[in-house]
Design a protein around this ligand. Structure first.
Ligand code: DGL
Length: 274
């Protein structure tokens, strides 16, 4: 394991910032490196092979910056690349490093939110079509019926700073209506894309008021804390300065500006090529 280093947090773009905020709120003592592959976002419409390649390149970049632990703060990458990285890449090329995703922590605990045992899922096409949530939820909660709705317009709206605009309402209503028409017994909806918490208020407006809407940030943060408490060697390899640096494969000025939509504090990003 390389010497003390930050935790790497990766997303195809800005969405992982919703996870980073919650992780930092819970564990402010550690250092973090955020990497957004904004030049190649969105991942949600891309094939398994491409998502795997882009995700692996990004993970390797974070490893080369010293990270021993990388969180894929992206459902699409978690659905389409994580297993392959964990089972094939790491044992061969980086046996001391770890890569964790956001799907497993969410599926483990989602059962406690639903009384009707009917759960809805909003995600990218890639996440919904992969059936990763259905498979994982059936392992932990075999009595739960999962119904997915892909929302291909939501990430572009959010990435372009339109999440609060009136125009966004049209597409939020469209996907909410479509999900509830597929299964009116749904009482819990998972926002299974790390971008979607930015649309949470609008989503709440177009779903029945009784529905629990689950954002992953607090769940992933709690799960990471638990992981570190059980993996002391990894925990001790993380540097503790309370710092976070931000890196993007696109223009740094654009990232710096748009990140403020996702974070309360202002930040300064650097462009990185790999
Ligand atoms: N934030 C990513 C996720 O959680 C999706 C964004 C994209 O399509 O690239 O799935």
């Amino acid at each position: 394991m390389s010497s003390k280093s930050a935790i790497g947090i990766f997303d195809s773009g800005y969405g992982g910032l919703t996870i980073l905020s919650e992780i930092r709120a819970l564990m402010p003592e550690y250092d973090y490196i955020y990497l957004g592959d904004n030049a190649r976002t969105p991942y949600g419409t891309r094939s398994f092979d491409i998502v795997y390649r882009y995700t692996l390149e990004s993970v390797r970049q974070l490893f080369s910056m010293g990270c021993n632990l990388v969180i894929l703060a992206c459902n699409t990458a978690s659905a389409k690349a994580l297993r392959n990285i964990q089972q094939n890449y790491l044992p061969k090329y980086a046996p001391d490093k770890r890569v964790l995703g956001v799907i497993r922590p969410t599926t483990e605990i989602v059962g406690k939110y639903s009384k009707s045992r009917h759960i809805g899922l909003f995600g990218t096409e890639g996440t919904i079509d992969s059936m990763s949530y259905n498979i994982e939820i059936s392992k932990f909660h075999p009595d739960i019926k999962v119904t997915g709705q892909s929302c291909p317009m939501w990430v572009p709206l959010i990435e372009n700073g339109e999440s609060a605009s009136d125009g966004a309402d049209f597409f939020v209503k469209q996907y909410c209506d479509s999900l509830m028409a597929k299964d009116p017994l749904i009482d819990t909806v998972i926002l299974a894309c790390t971008h979607y918490p930015l649309l949470k208020d609008k989503i709440a407006k177009y779903l029945p008021a009784s529905i629990n809407i689950i954002s992953q940030g607090p769940i992933v943060a709690a799960s990471l804390k638990d992981y570190l408490s059980r993996h002391k060697e990894m925990e001790q390899s993380i540097s503790r300065g309370g710092n976070c640096s931000f890196h993007t494969t696109e223009q740094s000025a654009k990232f710096t500006k748009n990140a403020s939509i996702f974070l309360d504090a202002s930040i300064s990003a650097e462009t990185i090529n790999y």
